[in-house]
Write a protein that binds this ligand. Structure first.
Ligand code: FUB
Length: 318
């Protein structure tokens, strides 16, 4: 039987971590804003975040309430999209994408003493940040890396070499695909410690995926986890609606494409988190079944994930 984790509200884009022995889920909080659907994603007009915790995957889900509201963010324009949270030295850092008052997505940080928040936002977005969907890897050696980016409404096509370009457009089909970005965070977790780099995904011949390879190339929804010492970059292919994974030997990649994690769900977007909890691996994700297929009203689910003997992830089929 399929279990929706939060049946009384619409939540999407789960970021999930184990803090203090519990699972903490940081989703986007979908709502009906009445804004018409378009390719810019204006209809995803979210205004706050909640956090949820679970002692067990089969157990109760506790809603800890609102942890950050758009009205409390000094530089806010609109649209709080997919966030993530990291822990360092007794503090929790919430990274969130939000359009500023010129309608450009930036990534902000908010800080709390507890995973349940509330989180207090910094006065300005991270210098040099752009686009959407921040996901944080704690590499276990004191370093934290942010993966980010998203095409179309996520504005990634407007940037090359970390600079805005005059006319944002996707590359031609036979050119290398646009990449997610990875950047090491500063010691205080509030800045980029370096220029963001491209997250290169190679095909089975070691060649970077092309922009026309739409069932494999990166679109949005970065997630990073480690398994048996390898780095697993997973992501959505956007307009082909797949969750895929690619494996590498360093947080910076390159990563070699290894296949589909989740076949298309009901609704346009697909987005996920992968987490180990009590010696099992789980895929948290969303679909739009409970809302009757309304793309911007999504609901959270979880399913167990399995690895093949060669370390690749088995496909979950809807
Ligand atoms: O929730 C808004 C956007 O939809 C996210 O940022 C994308 O990853 C997609 O799930």
């Amino acid at each position: 039987m399929i279990r929706y984790l939060i049946p009384d509200d619409y939540m999407a884009d789960p970021a999930v971590h184990v803090f203090n022995g519990k699972l903490y889920i940081y989703p986007s909080h979908d709502r009906e804003s009445g804004i018409p659907e378009n390719d810019n994603g204006d209809h995803f007009d979210m205004r706050d975040y909640h956090v949820f915790s679970m002692d067990d995957v089969e157990g109760a889900v506790t809603d800890h309430g609102v942890i950050l509201d758009v009205d409390d963010i000094p530089w806010a324009g609109r649209q709080l999209w997919d966030c993530d949270v990291a822990f360092k030295n007794g503090r929790y850092y919430l990274y969130f994408p939000l359009k500023d008052r010129t309608d450009i997505f930036r990534i902000g940080v908010a800080i709390a003493d507890r995973p349940e928040g509330p989180f207090t936002p910094q006065p300005a977005p991270i210098k040099g940040s752009y686009s959407i969907d921040p996901a944080i890897l704690d590499d276990g050696d004191g370093n934290h890396y942010m993966y980010f980016g998203g095409l179309w409404g996520g504005q990634l096509q407007r940037y090359r070499n970390n600079r805005a370009i005059e006319c944002g457009a996707e590359p031609a089909e036979n050119e290398p695909a646009l990449s997610a970005r990875v950047v090491r965070l500063s010691d205080n977790m509030l800045e980029f410690a370096e220029e963001p780099r491209d997250v290169i995904i190679l095909d089975e011949n070691g060649v970077p995926l092309l922009a026309g390879d739409r069932s494999r190339r990166f679109f949005e929804a970065s997630w990073m986890h480690k398994y048996n010492g390898k780095y697993y970059f997973s992501y959505s292919t956007g307009d082909t609606h797949l969750l895929c994974h690619a494996i590498g030997d360093s947080p910076y990649g390159p990563f070699t494409y290894k296949g589909v994690i989740l076949t298309p769900v009901t609704g346009w977007t697909t987005h996920h988190a992968i987490v180990e909890f009590k010696d099992k691996w789980y895929l948290f994700h969303h679909d739009s079944v409970p809302s009757g297929g309304i793309t911007w009203l999504r609901s959270l689910k979880v399913t167990e994930l399995h690895y093949n003997p060669d370390g690749t992830i088995q496909t979950v089929t809807n």
